[in-house]
Design a protein around this ligand. Structure first.
Ligand code: UDP
Length: 463
């Protein structure tokens, strides 16, 4: 019997990338004969262009099929946090996912969704697909937070969030919460998050894009039936990471040509992921800050957004504005010998893998964190939304591979940007971070090899 996996990724490159990588892994190392990946998106042509040549332009491989599920979000209430928006989109996608799975000529025996798509597990149930799994495209710590919050009654949870300001999760670091600005939006977000936490513990297993060297304590807590193991109600958690798209060695891009001309580890790469947007004032301040450091830089510049730091994810108006028009007068001219500005989207994996790249100013999306680590690049952590503050804490306080920007007081001033870049690029502290991240690079690489060379991990039962 042929063994077929159907994988579903919720909108956004941060979900598509690890789901695609997991799909490849199922074929290469877990005995799957066929994998179909469904990518939910509100803009197929944009998603296609971002996913890149290697996957989209080759002859379609009948064993590894990618299908887009196009959603029309016009008229949809896309207010609220990113989590609420994405959950709403995934809800709308369920009938489309169902018909796409029904149309497959070979019925899947394994169904995998990412954490934001757990509501689509209903499709697997209806179609009697044997095994269901969730892929967590972020940290084990975030999974811990999600399932633990869902296990608490409302009163206890609200006490933690509103009174204590921190949630003590069994067997891993506590999570601090910001002061709630908008209780109605927050209630919606909390309800979605609790629903997800309850749905996660109904599957056959949970894959997390992490590994022991990054989150040893949290991973151990999932194995402990007195700690997070209890919260998971016996559902196994598999740290399968890092699932990272490998850099394409022959990729042609002008930014890579420019990097070829720069000294080793001299360039600071600045990018806020696929959704991150700064305000106009912050964009100006960052430009002045970069200029004042005197360091070489590559900056992926986005059009600003005033009230939504995740605006670039869906806002077509923001995406279509000309980003360079928001830079200070004369900036491009003054920095032409030390800086390279890329509009909107850059080949990040290839930039981080380039030997000229010496530091990464990042919003700390989990994929960016992993990509920085597998390439041994220390970070300047500048979180914007979602769980990025947790990731920033992990890389700065726990792994000690990043210096953190203080984003608590509105606009980050140019002087602070200079200081934090210098800490990583010039000072002893930065050398230590570089050493730590190089060690982590080696350890995660060893773990990845172990995972691939030991007899197939027993995640799936094929009968
Ligand atoms: N990415 C990229 N070029 C860009 C911005 C992002 O290739 O200009 C990729 C990046 O390498 C990563 C993904 O998009 O694989 C973003 O995921 P992440 O979790 O870092 O952040 P998110 O976009 O989900 O906030």
């Amino acid at each position: 019997m042929e063994f077929h996996g159907a994988l579903v990724a919720s909108p956004g490159m941060g979900h598509a990338v690890p789901v695609l990588e997991l799909g490849k892994r199922l074929l290469s190392h877990h005995g799957f004969d066929r994998v179909t990946v469904f990518l939910v998106t509100d803009d197929v042509s944009r998603s296609k262009s971002l996913i890149g040549k290697t996957l989209m332009e080759e002859e379609e491989d009948p064993k590894f099929v990618i299908r887009f599920i196009q959603l029309d979000v016009s008229g949809q209430d896309l207010t609220g946090s990113l989590l609420t928006k994405l959950a709403e989109m995934m809800r709308k996608a369920i009938p489309h996912i169902r018909s796409a799975v029904v149309e497959l000529e070979l019925k899947p025996s394994v169904f995998v969704v990412d954490l934001l798509g757990t509501e689509a597990l209903v499709v697997a149930k209806e179609l009697e697909i044997k095994k269901t799994y969730v892929l967590v495209t972020t940290s084990a710590w975030f999974l811990a937070l999600t399932v633990y919050m869902a296990s608490l009654d409302k009163e206890t949870l609200y006490k933690h969030l509103y009174i204590n300001g921190a949630l003590l999760i069994p067997g891993c670091s506590p999570v601090k919460f910001d002061r709630v600005q908008d209780p109605s939006n927050y209630a919606r977000e909390l309800a979605e998050s609790q629903r997800i936490g309850l749905e996660v513990v109904t599957v056959d297993g949970v894959f997390v894009n992490t590994c022991d060297s990054l989150e040893p304590v949290t991973i151990r807590s999932f194995l402990d039936s007195e700690k997070l193991g209890r919260v998971m109600r016996g559902v196994p958690v598999y740290p399968v990471g890092p699932l990272v798209r490998p850099a394409e060695p022959d990729l042609k891009h002008e930014v890579l040509d420019w990097l070829d001309l720069q000294p080793k580890q001299s360039v600071v790469y600045v990018s806020f992921g696929s959704g991150g947007a700064l305000t106009a004032e912050q964009t100006m301040e960052l430009a002045y800050g970069l200029e004042m450091t005197g360091h070489r830089f590559v900056w992926v510049v986005r059009p600003p957004a005033e009230d939504d730091p995740s605006a670039s994810m869906f806002d077509k108006a923001t995406n279509q504005a000309e980003p360079l028009g928001f830079l200070p007068y004369g900036f491009l001219d003054r920095t032409k010998d030390i800086g390279f500005v890329v509009r909107t989207w850059a080949p990040q994996e290839e930039i981080l893998a380039h030997e000229a790249t010496g530091g990464f100013v990042s919003h700390c999306g989990w994929n960016s964190v992993l990509e920085s680590i597998v390439n041994g690049v220390p970070m300047i952590a500048w979180p914007l939304y979602s769980e990025q503050k947790m990731n920033a804490w992990l890389v700065s306080e726990e792994l000690k591979i990043a210096a953190r920007v203080d984003v608590g007081n509105g606009v980050v001033k140019k002087e602070e940007i200079v200081e934090v870049v210098k800490r990583v690029m010039d000072e002893e502290e930065g050398k230590e971070m570089r050493k730590n991240v190089m060690e982590l690079k080696m350890k995660t690489a060893e773990e990845a090899v172990m995972k691939l060379t030991t007899p197939q991990a027993d995640y799936f039962t094929q009968n």
